[in-house]
Design a protein around this ligand. Structure first.
Ligand code: EPZ
Length: 438
């Protein structure tokens, strides 16, 4: 069923909202609980679809889960992990990217796993070659089957050397979740070091894992025979916080984001200020607001941490349509994350996308046929339109565009947004947005 909302735009968003645990961390910590011989407790858990999907998948493998949604506390008891029925796991194919991270923990607990084909946003090919190469390097055998992959480790999992050709967040998590109980030492070079990765390392360390992170993106892990459960409070969602900040900019509003954490958002805050936004930081959160006057165009290049995060790009692009001059965005993490700009042009934006690497250093997509650079000419008044949500962050950017546009917009397929934005319609209501289910 197509979930549709009607948005009356043109009103600044004003008020305060709260962000809870990071969508790109919480499901990984849930997977890590499988490695423990005792129960785990995870706090600051948001009510988002990815948590539901992973809860379902862990449940299929015998993990007892209790989620106190109001308090945001998830209790996971992996005492009776068992092999799931393949047909039930197959039924979850396409629901999320997280299932691939179950490989290591299930191999350690059960000696085998059936992983459903992955879902996730259509922002590029989303290959998993680095994941599978890492697992094979530990001694796993990967067998592609109908609807997923069957994976075994007849000789067990042994520590190994893995070098990532690109600092993939998922492949780093795959390696960590496998290495912590593999026999011997694993050396991972070229690792991702995003705050969500570091929080997963915090969780694994609490469970009894031995891992060190060196200055050159090398992570060394010494496998142990047993891990215990953890109690942990998830770091806040810096992508959701930045999305609301971009909404404040694009609607000339003023939003206090309780839970926003400056150390995870330093690069975003620098960029937000360069565009002309203002922010005030206190111990509980960050106030993001448009100070009046004009916004400034910028040259922006997305990158791995500590660079400007690719997930911050789509919401900010909407604010850049209101900036004076030509802004340039060079998306270097995903090859196909600018398709969402087409609908913004239908609303009055002037965005041109290019195959060339514009504005910064050449990236791995430059010599191939990927439209991964954009030039945004502004300011352009936006007018309401009928639009369809393409992916998670593109969907939120459409909400921002509809809220900043004059007149009415009809936005189709908003359930995708619930994958990563807890209670987003309630929050929009709190901020004075004129939004209703159509
Ligand atoms: C995680 O995706 C996040 N998702 C993404 O957030 C985020 O954009 C991304 O990391 C980068 O920060 C979750 O954590 C659930 P990658 P992941 O592996 O792990 C290529 C959002 O909106 N690659 O770091 O899938 C890949 O194609 C989502 O919240 C390979 O080529 O990202 C991409 O170009 C979107 N082979 C680049 O690496 C592989 O085996 C970065 O991907 C793996 C990745």
């Amino acid at each position: 069923m197509d979930s549709i909302i009607r948005v009356q735009g043109g009103k600044p968003l004003q008020g305060d909202i709260t962000v809870r645990g990071a969508k790109n961390f919480v499901p990984k910590a849930m997977v890590a609980s499988l490695l423990g011989t005792t129960p785990s407790k995870l706090r600051n858990v948001p009510l988002i679809r990815d948590v539901d999907v992973v809860s379902g998948l862990l449940g299929l493998h015998g993990v007892q889960i209790n989620f106190d949604q109001g308090a945001g506390v998830l209790d996971l008891d992996p005492s009776n992990v068992e092999t799931a029925h393949v047909a039930e796991v197959q039924a979850m194919a396409g629901s999320s990217r997280i299932p691939i991270l179950l490989c290591g923990p299930l191999l350690h607990r059960l000696g085998e796993a059936f992983i459903p084909d992955l879902g996730g946003c259509n922002i590029g090919g989303r290959p998993i070659d680095m994941h599978l190469n890492a697992l094979r390097s530990f001694g796993a055998i990967v067998d592609k089957q109908e609807g997923g992959i069957h994976i075994t480790a007849p000789q067990g999992l042994r520590g190994t050397k893995i070098n990532l050709p690109y600092p993939s967040v998922g492949a780093t998590e795959q390696t960590l979740l496998t290495a912590v109980m593999a026999e011997g030492i694993t050396e991972l070079t070229g690792a991702a070091i995003e705050p969500e990765i570091m929080d997963l390392i915090n969780v694994l360390q609490k469970m009894g894992a031995n891992l060190s992170v060196d200055t050159d993106r090398t992570i060394r892990i010494e496998g142990v025979k047993e891990l215990k459960g953890f109690t942990h409070t998830a770091l806040p969602d810096r992508i959701e916080a930045a999305s609301w900040a971009s909404a404040a900019l694009a609607t000339r509003g003023d939003i206090y984001v309780r839970g926003a954490h400056q150390p995870d958002m330093t690069t975003f805050l620098n960029t937000f200020r360069k565009v002309g936004g203002e922010f005030e930081i206190d111990d509980a959160g960050i106030r993001f607001f448009h100070p009046g006057g004009e916004l400034q165009s910028i040259v922006l290049e997305t990158n791995v941490h500590p660079g400007f995060m690719t997930d911050w790009q789509q919401p900010l692009v909407v604010a850049l349509t209101q900036a004076t001059g030509l802004s340039i965005v060079h998306e270097t993490v995903y090859e196909n994350r600018l398709g969402f700009t087409k609908a913004l042009n239908q609303m009055g934006a002037q965005i041109q996308i290019y195959r060339e690497c514009l504005g910064g250093t050449p990236c791995r997509f430059g010599q191939r046929n990927f439209y991964h650079s954009a030039v945004i000419s502004g300011p352009t008044p936006l007018h309401g339109a009928e639009i369809w949500v393409p992916d998670l962050r593109g969907g939120f950017s459409y909400l921002i565009a509809a809220l900043g546009a004059e007149g009415e917009s009809i936005v189709h397929g908003i359930d995708v947004i619930a994958r990563g934005y807890e209670h987003f319609l309630t929050k929009l209501g709190r901020l004075g947005a004129n939004v209703e289910r159509a």
